[in-house]
Design a protein around this ligand. Structure first.
Ligand code: AMP
Ligand code: MG
Length: 334
């Protein structure tokens, strides 16, 4: 029997609602993103924006899908990881909707959802995934029943590194696209701290040094270029080592930073050298979105995952490797 799931995403600055059915059809994917202006994301303000936008986004998604609320069989929501006030706002909305409709509710791990929607949309079976956004930086691959984190940032995520640099040099938020644009006119590589520690990454020293060099008068275009080259080389190195170790034949790039052409090029070249297929989902599915939550909620529900209301409490630090993945028993490439 086909089921329809309404998924709500709201771990950070984007509130999204996706409607997906068990065949994997994405019937709707609507979102609104809170714009913090020149500063960074203020969690409470983002949460208030979600509360304000929730109704319109839900209605918009129902219209896009051409269904009514009564057609919804399951409500899924982003339970974590993310910003506390944002998570609580979305969980409250999801609980209210599920109670009102009398349908089950399921909390979904945001990082797992990024991988699952990419597998659905791109047809990737068993990729090593580089997930890079404003809030997360992880190299993820499936092994022994779970999505394992092969490498991650030890301090700030790479998107945040670009955003902080941009803010410190007077560029508007979000910094990533602006840095990418300026980097195209960069001519000279300026040495910046390259920080891979074991399989993990660090970006805070990189951003501090880049800002210091800017204040010393180094040309902004050269710095943007060098910042990208340095940060992305570190990301590609760790992903490459995960590919070599797991011997997987697919590489996927997702998260908001996946918009970056230079990162796509570098990661794509690495995949090619390893004879691996390279996937980047469309940006509507790379960015935070409700469809990924709905789809992952359906996968979990159909494989027997259930939650009591008290288990829907938000999990700000919910790690990717804590999630049971009953819909993937084994890794087809191993
Ligand atoms: P997300 O956290 O997934 O919503 O993605 C937002 C992050 O992606 C922010 O840190 C942006 O600066 C970053 N971003 C967006 N577009 C680009 C781009 N073209 N290059 C690098 N980073 C980007
Ligand atoms: Mg995300």
């Amino acid at each position: 029997m086909t089921m329809i799931c309404l998924g709500m995403e709201g771990t950070a600055h984007t509130f999204g609602v996706g409607i997906v059915d068990t065949e994997g059809n994405i019937l709707a994917n609507v979102s609104r993103t809170y714009d913090p202006g020149m500063g960074g994301i203020h969690p409470r303000e983002a949460a208030q924006a979600h509360a304000k936008n929730a109704r319109a986004v839900v209605v918009g998604a129902l219209e896009e899908a051409g269904i009514s609320l009564g057609d919804v069989d399951l409500v899924a929501f982003s339970q974590g990881p993310g910003l506390g006030p944002c998570l609580r706002t979305v969980a409250t909305a999801a609980r209210a909707l599920s109670a009102w409709l009398g349908v089950p509710i399921l909390g979904v791990n945001h990082c797992v959802a990024h991988v699952e929607i990419g597998r659905l949309s791109e047809g990737a079976e068993d990729p090593v995934t580089l997930y890079v956004s404003g809030g997360n930086t992880q190299v993820i691959a499936f092994d022994a029943g779970r999505y394992r984190i092969f490498g991650e940032t030890l301090d700030i995520p790479v998107g945040n590194c670009l955003d902080v640099f941009a803010r410190e040099v007077g560029l508007p938020h979000p910094g990533g696209p602006k840095v990418e644009q300026l980097a195209r006119d960069g001519k000279q590589y300026i040495e910046l701290p390259y920080s891979v520690k074991g399989m993990d990454l660090s970006f805070s020293g990189l951003v501090t040094e880049a800002v210091r060099k800017y204040r010393e008068g180094v040309k902004l275009e050269d710095l943007c270029y060098s910042l990208q080259e340095t940060a992305f080389a570190a990301l590609v190195e760790v992903t490459e080592r995960a590919v070599a170790h797991t011997e997987k034949k697919e590489v996927m790039l997702t998260g908001g930073v996946a918009a970056n052409r230079r990162l796509r090029e570098m990661l794509g070249l690495m995949a090619e050298e390893h004879g691996a297929e390279f996937f980047v989902p469309p940006m509507s599915l790379c960015a935070d979105n409700g469809a990924m939550i709905a789809w992952t909620g359906l996968l979990a529900y159909r494989h027997g995952v259930r939650q009591k209301l008290e288990e829907t409490v938000v999990r700000q630090r919910w790690r990717t490797d804590e999630v049971e993945i009953p819909w993937r028993r084994s890794s087809p490439c191993r």
